[in-house]
Design a protein around this ligand. Sequence first.
Ligand code: PEP
Ligand code: MN
Length: 372
Amino acid sequence: MTYTGTQIELDLEKIENRLEKPDWPLLIAGPCSAESEEQLMDTAVQLMNTKRVSIYRAGLWKPRTRPNMFEGVGKVGLPWLLNVKKQTGLQVATEVATPEHVELALKHDIDVLWIGARTSVNPFSVQAIADALKGTNATVLVKNPVNPDLQLWIGALERINRVGIKRLAAVHRGFSSHEKTVFRNAPMWNIPIELKAACPGLPVICDPSHICGNAGLIPMLAQKALDMDMAGLMIECHNKPECAMSDAGQQLLPTQYGNMIRNLILRSASPAGDAADAGGLLRQLREEIDVFDDELIQKLSLRMQAVAKIGRYKRDNNISILQLHRWSELVRRRIDLGQALGLSEDFLKKLLDLIHQESINIQVEIMNKEKY
Ligand code: PEP
Ligand code: MN
């Protein structure tokens, strides 16, 4: 699969910015929603003072799950954003979901427009936005669709790119998933990595706020995004997060944001030893391994949680921990599956033994130590 769109010309380093360290990735921060002129300006000035922001974000039109939720201040917020831009020198960004939003935002000199996850999921909406963007030199960010569909995401980027928009980037904000995890939206790192591979030259930025849904997880996820060589971060910040009218649980104070960014480690994408890896293939493959290892660890943790539940059941029903016939049958089936998938019998036996031993330890602990 190759990207067929017009060449992307968005050079992130050329975005005029207020960063102390210009070699940093693109940093976008600001509240989920613009709520009042005062909230918008206060948050912006505090963020500007961190010297770790180049683009200030704020949603004016909010796509909400239920109609009685706060749906944004709408176009009255456009002059507020313009004022922020004048006072702070930051570039400003807002979400557009209809051609009318595009026209209004461009008329008010909004520097960056983003297409949200609930819009990028719909080709009709994306095409209508693309038609409104035709002939402009807008900068557009396309968030991934809510569902994990790489082709749909690429399709949305292509629609925007095909009307001549070259200042284009993608935003990874995680995916809706039936599987329960600690995240609001599962990161599914393989998808943004595949997007990078399919669209070389397209900057892919990460939005840890909407992935985590919880302010406490954001620093870990932001570091992970940098480790995955994402081209920038978009992070929700609010001057009074606890009072935020949307996404209150995931917004950081500007000072928390500044400290977090200062503590992130920016690893060199091509260390000296990898100088021969000019095409970045080695790095790409290592990133894939990182994703698989993370998934393995998460699955092992889920497995051991299930083992503990079984341990409690056995304890409450006076069943012995070890049932050899069940274990031998399980090992046989796993080895058959593993061998069919190209893994060696010796490796599978050792791995399953380790897992079995840990499972027994967990259940022994439950039988002997856990109180009823
Ligand atoms: C947002 O950025 O506030 C937003 C609504 O994001 P998403 O479209 O990723 O849910
Ligand atoms: Mn939000």
